[in-house]
Ligand binder design. Sequence first.
Ligand code: GDP
Ligand code: MG
Length: 440
Amino acid sequence: ALAERLDSAWKKLRGQDKITDSNIQDALKDVRRALLEADVNLQVVKEFVAEVGEQAQGSQVLSGVRPGEQFVKIVHDELVKVMGESNVPLAVADSAPTIVLMAGLQGTGKTTATAKLALHLRKENRSALMVATDVYRPAAIDQLKTLGQQIEVPVFELGSDADPVEIARQGVEYAKTQGVDTVIIDTAGRLQIDQDMMAELARIKAVVQPHDTLLVVDAMTGQEAATLTQTFNEQIGISGAILTKLDGDSRGGAALSIRRISGAPIKFVGVGEKVEALQPFYPERMASRILGMGDVLTLVEKAQEEFDIADAEKMQQKIMEAKFDFTDFLKQTRLMKNMGSLGGLAKLIPGMNKISQEQLEQGEQQLKRSEAMINSMTTEERKNPEVLASSPSRRRRIAKGSGHSEKDVMRLVGDFQKMRGMMKQMGQGSFPGMGGMPGM
Ligand code: GDP
Ligand code: MG
């Protein structure tokens, strides 16, 4: 009965073969919910999930996972692709200075990010100049100057009566005379998008012709990040973004919205108030954070690592020709072991918890015993279990070598022959996975 229970559990484990609309319905719902909880814009979620769902149709499902689980991994990989496979660095001008323009609403972290970027450049031995054009908030210029002192980066300013466009223009001129590598222009923001702000930003951009225009977005902005990005991109044109305050609870869905809507890469993320708290944007990490389905991802990744399609096809061929031998068996056993203990796997898979701990342990124990006995076989014996069936002396040797009884060896050989017979009957059937293994 244990054998049957384990056998059906393994069938469940193997899942179904291909991804279809009907076998990923639940996963589709889960993914949609996860993206919305991560604050990805509703429209973006709808389009993205529909696209990936369509692409995934008919994909082969890995052994050891279910279609829904595999689908989550496909979504994850697609998220990585959409957000950019590797991080995109700051633009570098052909001839210095490189000009970077910061844009965004008030309080998103523009001024902080300006200093963070300057420090980042300094660490790469590139000189920076920060330009203070926020003349509207009383303390804004002082804030930048304080940060400048802290990181030892000069600040260009003309006080709070000057015209922001003029400050920016002169700042860039000054940088040229000083041979500065990169100029970062901090700008004013409003609490909401307004036409004055946009017009001023557009004028600054037209005058200084930045190599990089970075939209600074607070990760906590939520759904609004989409509209925000669209407006800034249409009216100013952005070449990248910085997602700030990722040290908070936000799952970072804004990253997907920003990328989908503007096509511009997220270049950096802010992870704290300190000037050091800036990191390059890693799409892989962000995708996992947005999906928040670490368990499923780990499971599928493990299965992917261990499951070599070519190997499986070879195995299937052997099975069809009833050439499956003890060496193949050992391979499968190891594959299973690499995927973690049976118990560990069972925990990750819904519906597997019906198998008792005791049964799992028995199963693992049995596998270990089988492995020990096979390890004591010669290559010839592994290839031809028949020689064992007819030779008590060989069986005795194996029993001794593996620390088991001759009866155990007999049983293993008998089970194995039975399994082979079954495989032969299955004939053209699909790869039977672990079902019907000796001792199970
Ligand atoms: P600005 O109005 O866009 O220039 O925004 P500021 O740079 O003045 O930042 C507004 C507030 O957000 C300040 O209190 C910053 O310390 C804080 N802040 C900026 N970036 C981050 C970040 O990545 N994490 C956290 N926790 N706070 C940040
Ligand atoms: Mg500011």
